[in-house]
Design a protein around this ligand. Structure first.
Ligand SMILES: [Zn+2]
Length: 387
């Protein structure tokens, strides 16, 4: 039931709108530095869910039906989370529920977030952008009889799939009689089964890749098997392969896998961020497919031209939004230039822009600010455009 975060899923969530009821969005922090033991984690989960119940009870302006549906949502969430949901690798949880909208989703997040409870007409997806969701990396682990798929970023990974084949067992069970089979032929059959095993893993990865956009794929495992695997993957998977790392394939925890991959992962992530900023510089310099600065970026968001939004970590700004068409601006008030509706104030127009960007299937990338930055984001916010 716990799924990974994908840009596709974020887009769907950003576009979910319930005509008949409200949506409950809950973020639960499970930072292992703060909540080290399973019991500390469950205490934190119950305390946030209690807060959700209180919020639903006290919130004004809800109809009787909306309140009843939200109460039922909290109960469903509580039942799912106390019922042995696998929390391995999760540093936080994002929960979206709305019975009237047919929505029930618990996402394991690879990075801690502040806990929060909100109730609105749409799911609150903005905090998800901060965990690098636009930059989802896949780690495929393979050895001669095992395959695993994990997804995440330098901040943490969660497991999506695992599979075990035992080539020898398959050959043995298929042939009760070994007479006339030379050792060499037997070994050849084993190699053929290993081949089938790796081919199966390659096809599984390819099948899953059709539904998500990833920054790239790293392959973990023994050098020889990883290289054999690379030869077998379909072209679309091959294009996404960015590196290899050593790891114990079957018994490593998600955290161990991340530790093993982190060197390569940091390298490929930095290279990708560098390319992104190159694109911004080139596009802004030529007046082409990039903009920088808040007001140009907001205009591009409204025109649905965003391919990738690049934001300096911690950058916020007050602004306005048109309740009619969603137009976002930096002015202090006044009418929407598109339809003349009176705009409303928003505390953080950057967060609002991130939500809109997800709604148009854009990537969102937060880059470090100040001393941590290898290169600054021009004017703190910029975007690569689709057209
Ligand atoms: Zn408007």
């Amino acid at each position: 039931m716990a799924t990974d975060i994908t840009t596709d899923r974020l887009r769907e969530l950003a576009e979910t709108r319930s005509a008949v009821g409200k949506v409950l969005s809950v973020f639960i922090n499970l930072d292992p530095r703060e909540f080290a033991t399973p019991s500390a984690r469950s205490t934190e989960i119950s305390s946030v869910l209690d807060e959700a119940s209180r919020t639903i009870r006290d919130l004004e302006g809800l109809t009787h039906d909306e309140r009843a549906a939200l109460k039922a949502d909290v109960e469903r969430v509580s039942a799912a989370l106390t019922n042995g949901t696998d929390l391995e690798g999760a540093r936080a949880l994002a929960v979206f529920a709305s019975e009237p909208a047919g929505l029930f989703e618990i996402l394991k997040l690879p990075r801690p977030v502040d806990h929060s409870v909100s109730i609105g007409d749409t799911p609150r997806v903005e905090p998800l952008a901060r965990i690098g969701t636009g930059e989802l990396w896949w780690l495929v682990l393979v050895d001669r009889q095992h395959a695993r798929l994990l997804a995440g970023s330098v901040d943490g990974v969660v497991e999506l799939w695992r599979h075990e084949d035992d080539p020898r067992a398959r050959i043995d069970s298929g042939k009760s009689d070994q007479d006339g089979r030379s050792e060499r032929r037997y070994e050849r059959s084993v190699e053929k089964e290993v081949d089938n095993h790796l081919r199966g893993a390659a096809n599984e990865v390819a099948r899953r890749l059709r539904h998500v956009r990833v920054a790239g794929i790293l392959v973990g495992g023994p050098r020889e098997t990883a290289s054999h695997f690379k030869d077998l993957v379909p072209a679309e998977v091959g294009k996404a392969l960015k590196g290899r790392f050593d790891v114990e394939v079957w018994t490593s925890s998600a955290d161990d896998v991340l530790k093993a991959a982190s060197g390569v992962l940091e390298e490929v992530t930095a290279a990708r961020d560098g390319e992104l900023l190159d694109k911004v510089d080139a596009g802004v310099g030529t007046g082409g497919r990039a903009v920088s600065g808040l007001s140009d970026v907001l205009a591009a968001v409204h025109e649905r031209r965003i391919d990738t939004l690049v934001i300096e970590e911690g950058f916020t700004a007050k602004g306005v939004r048109c309740p009619q068409c969603g137009w976002l601006g930096v002015s202090a008030g006044g009418q929407c230039p598109a339809d003349g509706t009176m705009t409303e104030m928003v505390d953080n127009v950057v967060e609002a822009a991130v939500g809109r960007a997800f709604g148009q299937d854009a990537r969102v990338r937060y880059l470090p600010a100040g001393e941590d930055a290898t290169r600054p984001v021009p004017e703190s916010i910029a975007a690569v455009l689709r057209f």
